[in-house]
Design a binder for this molecule. Structure first.
Ligand code: SDX
Length: 428
């Protein structure tokens, strides 16, 4: 702590507030007492300048394009770690020793099955239901099946619920896919890796044996690492806000899934591939870039821009490399990747994008890889939710165990009608 303060002068009256330092990154002005002292609120509708929590999980430097998970750079984790190890790191704060990792993987593996009744839950959906609508509904329903891990005041129950959520997300996502294509659900297998299990539950059919392709397994594992956590983004903030009321962890994660679905957030990966397909050919790129720059045209380049990154999203760099590797190793040449590359080149050399600091984000290239692996575009955001569950669970645990945690209850700038008397309908 330091004795540094900030002073806000309003109408000739000074309000002094403490300045709190972090271990790295911007300091914060602690305004918790400001309303009590001044009778005024601060105003920041998109939280562009507001820290909603203190956290030790993920650090982002948007200007420099830096992303650290518990201090470890994302490019090192993507290259050297595994998704299970990153999940442990996010949840527990340090890289696990071998025996700790083995125990964690065993714990997750043995929670991958879902209650058999849950399968009936899917049958209530139309076959063409969007996988994210199914994920939102089914994950929210988990609290009806796992009562023994909904007491948030019990650290042991919090841990079991965390393991269950991380473990069952691939099973539920695979079931959502199978339901949409009219194929039977596939049970998890304990002899497969987290990602291998997911690929088999998604793509295997009873009619033949399924061999997990190690290239796809490694690519998916890396994609999950890149989507694991990202500080206080919209869906993570939703999970924290839901959790601040004491709601059970399954309901909180379901609220995060609902928020992630939006095209401005996790839904952008599906929208980005659809956009690239609509552009169709590198020759059409300039027309779409011009549309994105036109204030009167609501069209935006999906997969471009970011609230925090005003430099290249470090995840997008790794994603682009992975896209090329996967296509090469699968011997696929996807014209969409050429369109993406041309779009990136034109946009990054255009004054509009340079001045607004708009760069490709994590969603720009991910669809090319997921499409090459065989996922339909409707599944892309469900895969994002699958991976982000580890981050949501870590952030939820951090929030619940924070002694300063209170129910989140923002205020407002009221601009509606002032008090007036009721008028009976025949006098209006
Ligand atoms: C994710 O927060 C996270 O960390 C999210 C995420 C995570 O891991 O959790 O990183 C994942 O959600 C990535 C973002 C995915 N969304 C998209 O790709 C959708 C397209 N991008 C945008 O809609 C936009 O860039 C946002 C929503 C991502 C960020 O919006 P901001 O920070 O609120 O910025 P803004 O909308 O105010 O835009 C600033 C300016 C505007 O122009 P002016 O009004 O100042 O003239 O830039 C323009 C915008 O019009 N702009 C774009 C643009 N994004 C912003 N113009 C064209 N194309 C775009 N993609």
């Amino acid at each position: 702590m330091t004795d540094k303060t900030a002073t806000l002068s309003v109408g000739g009256k000074d309000y002094e507030m403490p300045v709190l330092p972090g271990s790295v990154g911007p300091e914060v002005v602690d305004i918790r007492k400001f309303y009590g002292q001044s009778g005024m609120f601060t105003y920041d509708p998109g939280f562009t300048s507001t820290a909603s929590a203190q956290s030790a999980i993920t650090f982002i430097d948007g200007e420099e394009g830096i992303l650290l998970h518990r201090g470890y750079p994302i490019d090192q984790l993507a290259e050297k770690s595994t998704f299970m190890e990153v999940a442990y790191l996010l949840l527990h704060g340090d890289l696990p020793k071998k025996d700790e990792l083995d125990e964690f993987v065993h714990m997750i593996t043995y929670h991958t099955m879902v209650h058999e009744q849950l399968a009936h839950f899917f049958r209530g959906f139309r076959r063409d239901a969007h996988p994210m609508s199914i994920m939102t509904g089914v994950v929210g329903a988990l609290s009806a099946f796992y009562h023994d891990s909904t007491d948030i005041t019990d650290p042991q129950q919090r841990l079991i619920a965390s393991h269950r959520l991380i473990a069952k997300m691939p099973t539920i996502a695979a079931m959502a896919y199978k339901y949409s294509v009219g194929q039977p659900f596939v049970y998890p297998r304990n002899d497969l890796s987290y990602v291998g299990n997911f690929l088999r539950m998604t793509f295997s059919v009873p009619a033949e044996e399924y061999e997990v392709n190690p290239i796809l397994e490694r690519a998916m594992d890396r994609i999950f690492i890149l989507h694991a956590d990202h500080e206080q983004n919209a869906s993570t903030s939703t999970v924290r806000l839901a959790g601040s009321s004491g709601a059970n962890p399954f309901a909180c994660i379901a609220s995060g899934i609902a928020c992630l679905w939006g095209p401005a957030h996790g839904g952008a990966n599906e929208a980005a591939l659809n956009m690239l397909r609509e552009i169709g050919d590198a020759g059409n790129v300039k027309k779409y870039v011009d549309r994105a720059k036109d204030k009167n045209d609501p069209f935006r380049l999906m997969g471009f821009g970011h609230r925090v990154y005003k430099n290249y999203d470090p995840r997008a760099k790794v994603m682009q490399q992975t896209a090329q590797e996967v296509l090469d190793e699968l011997n696929i040449s996807d014209p969409v990747l050429d369109v993406a590359r041309e779009l990136e080149q034109i946009a990054l050399n255009d004054d509009y994008f340079i001045e607004k600091k708009l760069y490709p984000n994590v969603d720009f290239y991910s669809g090319v890889i997921l499409n090459a692996i065989g996922f339909p575009t409707e599944m892309f955001t469900a895969l994002f939710a699958l991976a982000r569950t580890t981050g949501w669970v870590a952030q939820w645990n951090e929030m619940i165990s924070d002694p300063e945690q209170k129910i989140g209850r923002p205020r407002q700038l009221y601009v509606g009608a002032t008090e007036r008397d009721y008028v009976p309908v025949d006098e209006r």
